[in-house]
Design a protein around this ligand. Structure first.
Ligand SMILES: *[C@@H]1O[C@H](CO)[C@@H](O)[C@H](O)[C@H]1NC(C)=O
Ligand SMILES: *[C@@H]1O[C@H](CO)[C@@H](O)[C@H](O)[C@H]1NC(C)=O
Ligand SMILES: [Ca+2]
Ligand SMILES: [Ca+2]
Length: 185
């Protein structure tokens, strides 16, 4: 009984000694914790990237493809490479796309269509087309069957509704992808 009490008090004091950090240890631990946090954020930033060959703009990736395809074939081609035919959300994205389109000086398909006449939708999520950059007089549904969105070179890269079976280059957009982080040293 007596021995037990001694053992018990001994161990209790050991335990409390083990759990009591000095202020130096505590500040060391805090340094380590904040270093880990910094490392974690850095690795996260590094792991979210655009795949090789894709251009980065404002959290998304873009691939400008010159091979002329119909709108439908372009839409499929974008999905095949892990993206979607570009959705233009606002003026800043639109301006950047125009600059890039101007590099190859060609017209490109974008990812909107009015398969119900006049009801323009982004194909990636079927949302309404709210921001627009139509050229003067467009969309004019010429001949009664222009249902696909073209970023048109001769309209200074403003928008036109074009016949979907015409052929154009096309712009694919994608989310950034999570690249595997490896230790290269
Ligand atoms: C989309 O536009 C249609 C009219 O073209 C309207 O009836 C509908 O409410 C709109 N949807 C959204 C989510 O704004
Ligand atoms: C309608 O748009 C087409 C391009 O899709 C253009 O060639 C044509 O000149 C336009 N027609 C009129 C009357 O503006
Ligand atoms: Ca139309
Ligand atoms: Ca047109």
């Amino acid at each position: 009984m007596f021995v037990n009490v001694i053992l018990l008090s001994c161990c209790l004091s050991l335990i409390s000694a083990e759990y009591c950090l000095g202020s130096e240890e505590e500040s060391l631990l805090n340094d380590i914790k904040s270093a880990l946090q910094t490392l974690e954020t850095r690795l996260k930033d590094k792991s979210l990237r655009c795949s090789p060959g894709w251009k980065e703009y404002a959290h998304h990736c873009y691939n400008f493809i010159s091979t002329p395809l119909t709108w439908n074939a372009a839409e499929r081609a974008c999905r095949k490479i892990g993206g979607y035919l570009v959705k233009v959300d606002d003026e800043s994205e639109s301006n950047w796309l125009k600059q890039q389109a101007n590099v190859e000086e060609r017209s490109y398909w974008a990812g909107a269509a009015d398969f119900t006449e006049g009801d323009w939708r982004w194909i990636v999520d079927f949302s309404n087309v709210t921001y627009t950059d139509w050229h003067n007089g467009q969309p004019n549904n010429s001949g009664g069957h222009e249902d696909c969105l073209e970023i048109k070179k001769t309209y200074n890269y403003q928008w036109n509704d074009a016949v979907c079976t015409a052929t154009n280059g096309y712009i694919c957009e994608s989310e950034k992808v999570n690249l595997k982080v490896t230790n290269c040293n």
